[in-house]
Design a protein around this ligand. Structure first.
Ligand code: AMP
Length: 205
């Protein structure tokens, strides 16, 4: 199961907000805000949105009162520069980072999961053509809206995203490994198995 699904489960468990930079950006694109207009083309191409935009976004989000007791960051930081930005933001809000969790899966499995993912543009429910099909093909179980594929889940863009991950995000894992904060969790199992492993990774010092 993927990071978004697991982050939502952790939110219920820990009762702190789930801050997904991808969700915030997709919402901004949908609403056509200035941020959305600048970020949209990067996202569709599977590229990372520039660090200065991401820095402003995360600083504004973590300064919201609901983030005061803590938060789960999903999809941030994704570059070494964003690690430095996050360090500064965390210092200013007085919240140290407790853990960094990395979900680890084979490339073939990542491509299978992303290329089969379908989402409901109305309510945000997430399906998968093989592992979580909707009851009526192509329609949301919750609200009946026609399901869509994220533009960046097309196979060619997925390959580009994996390249970006290797070049720009793997160094982030190395930084947090060095700081002793990184816990790598096998994402190959079903949602319950991955969630159990994540909870153990959070609980063990
Ligand atoms: P996600 O939903 O986390 O897979 O993010 C979807 C897309 O949003 C990414 O492929 C990037 O284009 C953009 N994005 C999300 N988080 C970041 C980030 N921390 N830095 C730069 N771009 C991001």
């Amino acid at each position: 199961m993927g990071k978004g699904t697991q982050a939502l489960r952790l939110r219920l468990e820990l009762k702190v907000p789930h801050v997904s930079t991808g969700d915030i950006l997709r919402e901004a694109v949908k609403r056509g805000t200035p941020l959305g207009r600048r970020a949209g083309s990067f996202m569709e191409a599977g590229k990372l949105v520039p660090d200065d935009l991401m820095g402003d976004l995360i600083a504004a989000r973590l300064a919201q009162p609901d983030a005061a007791p803590g938060f789960i960051l999903d999809g941030f930081p994704r570059t070494a520069a964003q690690v430095a930005i996050l360090d500064r933001v965390l210092e200013s809000v007085g919240e140290p980072l407790d853990r960094v969790l990395a979900l680890v899966a084979a490339e073939k499995e990542i491509v299978r999961r992303l290329s089969g993912r379908r989402i409901c543009p109305a309510c945000g429910s997430v399906f998968h053509v093989e592992s979580r099909p909707s009851a009526s093909p192509g329609a949301c179980d919750g609200c009946g809206t026609a399901l869509v594929q994220r533009p960046d889940d097309e196979e060619k863009v997925i390959r580009d995203r994996l390249g970006v991950f290797e070049a720009q995000t793997l160094p982030v894992a190395a930084i947090y490994r060095e700081r002793g904060l990184l816990r790598e969790v096998d994402a190959a199992g079903d949602s319950d198995a991955v969630f159990a492993a994540l909870k153990i990774a959070l609980a063990t010092p």
